[in-house]
Design a protein around this ligand. Sequence first.
Ligand code: FEC
Length: 309
Amino acid sequence: MRKKIGLLVMAYGTPSSLFEVESYYTHIRHGRKPSASQIEDLKKRYRQIGGISPLAKITRNQAKHLVLKLNHWYDDIRFNLYLGYKHTYPFIEDAVKQMKDDGIEEAISIILAPHYSVYSLKAYNDRAKSMSDKINGPLIHHINSWYDEPKFIGFWANQIKRTQLMINDLSKSMVIFSAHSLPEKILINNDPYPEQLAKTAELIAEKANLKYYSIGWQSAGATEEPWLGPDVQDLTKELYRKHGYTSFIYCPIGFVADHLEVLYDNDFECKAVTEELGVNYFRPRMPNTHLSFIEGLASAVSKKVREIN
Ligand code: FEC
């Protein structure tokens, strides 16, 4: 008989309609209600990308593809999928409770974001753990990060090579790798986030034979405190001013799906910068449910399976 293991897939979550934007935004801000103009600004961004984010559907499909792949790989384990979101229903806690109700005793968790930070991914794991502690199980084995998974690296390297085919003068092109910015205070305790992003970029660059590339941060919050920089938009202007690049390839490698932060912050805001400079904007497709990416996630899970057996 196959051993039953819970597969807890955790992801950011998105509002299912513009009506939910206020409660979603309030949740992101740890219960502090945003001002009317902040809410309107966020709704405006969702409208700009078509009303709602495609993220919910993509996340569900990513999780389904992952569990199918794992159940295909293993004939002695049966993975049962549970999806829990950080900022919307069903929350991480709901998914842990559901596992318990379904009699799951042991689970592996994976977060649909590659790079670990105390400020971001740790919160997912902490919430899952405190719920399982509260209800006395299941035992959850966390995958903390998977930023160097070869299939994930290969996915991006291939996307870059494909994009380069559309560029006439490659010597005048620049690849910008990026992830969501976080408050600079994360650096005080040697948070691994910037280092992991740099490693992902290095591995992709190596595989795509890139001699030069740049790393930037994007989507910083509108707060008083300093956030990690350089911001991708400033970086674009700076690189253009110094080197006169005529094409920019944006690779938001800290994200794994088409969603607001990519479709608006890259495809609208960064694109506007390139238009202002009169240069070409390229943004390769996101991992979404690409086979190579799903196999990268499955490989991270199988490493955890080996570790716990
Ligand atoms: O498509 C969608 O509807 C959702 C896209 C979305 C993803 C995402 C991923 C990350 N965030 C991270 C950190 C922060 C910090 C703040 C923050 C704020 C927002 C807001 C929206 C939003 N985030 Fe997000 N994030 C997404 C969406 N995020 C909307 C609120 C408006 C705004 O600031 O733009 C600031 C909180 C505060 O103000 O106190 C910090 C990180 C990730 C990548 C890792 C992960 O997926 O968990 C880190 C997708």
